[in-house]
Design a protein around this ligand. Structure first.
Ligand code: FES
Length: 56
């Protein structure tokens, strides 16, 4: 499922980033560009990332 349409970033890609050490939305934005265009994906991206970080 695509979370960030603008940057074509999927939930799977966000989970992979978390497994590679990304723990904050700021890092996720820097790495993948999530939320850097329209910003509509930010709440969902934050949710997916926090679940991924917690489940590690
Ligand atoms: Fe992520 Fe637009 S959907 S910045």
């Amino acid at each position: 499922m695509i979370v960030c349409i603008c940057k074509a970033v999927s939930d799977k890609r966000i989970r992979r980033a978390a497994s590679e050490g990304v723990v904050s939305l700021r890092e996720l934005s820097r790495e993948l560009g999530v939320g850097t265009c329209c910003g509509k994906c930010v709440p969902q991206a934050r949710e997916v990332l926090s679940q991924a970080v917690e489940s590690q």
